[in-house]
Design a protein around this ligand. Sequence first.
Ligand SMILES: [Zn+2]
Length: 282
Amino acid sequence: MAIGELVKQHLGTVFNYCDTLDHDEIGRLLDRQYSLKTFGLSFPFCKLVDDIVPSESKRYWTNVYLVRGVRVRVTSQWTEKHRPRFLAYLAAKGLATEAEALALEASPKRKVRAVPHVSSRQNARYRGNAIGNAQNAFVRNILSRIGTESFSERDWQATKEYFEHRCAYCGVEGDLVIEHAIPINRERLGEHRLGNLIPACRSCNAKKADRDFREFLKDTPEAIMRIEAYMDSRNYVPLENSEQMSMILNMAHGEVAALADRYVAIINELYAPSPAAPEQVE
Ligand SMILES: [Zn+2]
């Protein structure tokens, strides 16, 4: 597959990652230095539609993506030399398919050590944290894909109008980002559905972090009521307090750790030094 097609095929996944898993990533993808460092691109991975001047328009594909409340176009300036770095990016963010991960390993420009030598002490230091991230990412991925509902930029504009182009938390006007009122995690069971998306200013977005909107707004009940009315208007019925859903997600969460353990065992068995191995008899 041509590199341009490969990139295009993954834009949905990459931007979904920005919307649901790492809220700061879109800011980095808009940055020229980050794009140079990460992909080797001489243009930013994507650019705000409003910032693209006519003379550079041909450097960006025409499709417009709505990511975290901003409209962007993606650079078209990809050549084959960018392929390994794009694949490495997908792999690092957990977005690569198995086939792509293999292609990356087979890539001649990239030296792949058979097994990275990690001392057991270092291993213990990183292991717990790393698998916890993978488990949570897995749960968020499931929650953000439930249902078949999709929404467009027009729907998002209507949502901003509903809140009169103000932050749904503090009421300030101005630069608004997409915010999940109920966070997407296994405790809160928020989903990536229109009814769970509200406009927020960057300051509230950062302050609220992983809290539920009702907890964050406990001193302003009228703001809570307004958001609940909005959820009703978009037919969003939160999954919270669904014991069955919690049970399923806890199972998924546990299975990721078990899966990692299984592969660690396979690899350890294959690569462990075995001085007592019997010699091959011809
Ligand atoms: Zn605010």
